[in-house]
Design a protein around this ligand. Structure first.
Ligand SMILES: NC(=O)c1ccc[n+]([C@@H]2O[C@H](COP(=O)([O-])OP(=O)(O)OC[C@H]3O[C@@H](n4cnc5c(N)ncnc54)[C@H](O)[C@@H]3O)[C@@H](O)[C@H]2O)c1
Length: 288
């Protein structure tokens, strides 16, 4: 048998065009793009930085103006395009003005990344105060509703868009610790339900909606905040959390969440909507 090799396959490939960022030409809003102070980087800040590195123009939103401006400074120092703005994600007027500001400044909203989330003052059902329940639901779930409410019209008009909601594996599995996560766990489950509902309601407009479910991540929100609250040594807490992770016996970092967000925001994920993606080193798959 004679095997013919096409001439074309033997030719030296032409020089590749310069690599373009995976979010080139896109505009992203990162709600909760500042961070809890600490030794490591937070999920929201890492995501804002990675989006900018991949070519997106980023509007960083945080109730802590100084922290949002820190993220902005980091992005600008790398040559990225970013604006910071202060807003409370639980306040409807603030969310409306964030959407308006993004369109006025950058002309469009391609990606909405909803990162804010708290668990402080959570407790068992018997011990949890009504005030803490309401506060956690406002920050974790109402913030997603309000941001989506005010960003979706611009996305529908453009007949495209990506919404990413940061949930948690706590929303889909439980352990002894979960007894103290009454409001956190159930408010994150509300985000999952909202994600699926929004995905179907907006599919015909070309808008994709997905949730990221981080597991144990080595971020200041998890380490510094919990160590302070429980009055324990940070190193002890890190060791205990590392030991719970099946993959490599080590927590993930904010960059793991950021890379999942980048993939879901990019064209590579163009057939993915309504997904609840664990980023957890296998923790949510383990029985016992
Ligand atoms: N670190 C983990 O182990 C872990 C695990 C599962 C899920 N998560 C989720 O990751 C997200 C947070 O990660 P992070 O590392 O970026 O936390 P972070 O605390 O460092 O950053 C969150 C930012 O949101 C801001 N914020 C809080 N409430 C706000 C409000 N009402 N309006 C505007 N801004 C507000 C804070 O000021 C902060 O800068 C949360 O949704 C959290 O539930 C984290």
């Amino acid at each position: 048998m004679t095997i013919t090799i096409e001439r074309a396959t033997l030719q030296t490939p032409k020089a590749r065009p310069a690599a373009r960022g995976r979010l080139e030409g896109k505009v992203a809003i990162v709600v909760g793009g500042g961070q809890t102070p600490g030794d490591t980087i937070g999920n929201g800040r890492a995501t804002a930085i990675l989006f900018a590195r991949e070519g997106a123009r980023v509007l960083v939103v945080d109730r802590d103006r100084r922290s949002a401006e820190e993220t902005e400074g980091m992005i600008l120092s790398e040559g990225g395009v970013c604006r910071a703005t202060r807003a409370d994600a639980t306040n409807e007027d603030d969310c409306r003005s964030v959407a308006e500001k993004c369109v006025a400044e950058f002309g469009q909203i391609d990606v909405l990344h909803n990162n804010v989330g708290i668990g402080s003052a959570d407790n068992t059902v018997e011990e949890l105060s009504e005030e803490a329940w309401d506060r956690i639901y406002d920050v974790n779930a109402k913030s997603v509703f309000l941001a989506c409410k005010h960003c979706i019209p611009a996305m529908r008009a453009a007949r495209s868009g990506v919404i990413l909601n940061v949930s948690s594996i706590a929303s889909v599995c439980a352990s002894q610790v979960s007894a103290h996560l009454t409001a956190y766990k159930s408010s994150k489950a509300a985000i999952n339900a909202l994600t699926q509902g929004l995905a179907i309601a907006n599919a015909s407009y070309g808008i994709r909606v997905n949730a990221i479910l981080p597991g144990l991540m080595n971020t200041p929100m998890a380490i510094e905040s919990i160590a302070d609250r429980l009055q324990i040594d940070k190193a002890v807490l890190v060791r205990a959390r590392d030991a719970m992770v099946p993959l490599g016996a080590k927590m993930g970092t904010a960059w793991d969440v950021a890379h999942a967000a980048l993939f879901l925001a990019s064209e590579e994920a163009k057939f993915i909507t309504g997904a609840l993606l664990p980023v957890d080193g296998g923790q949510s798959s383990r029985i016992g």
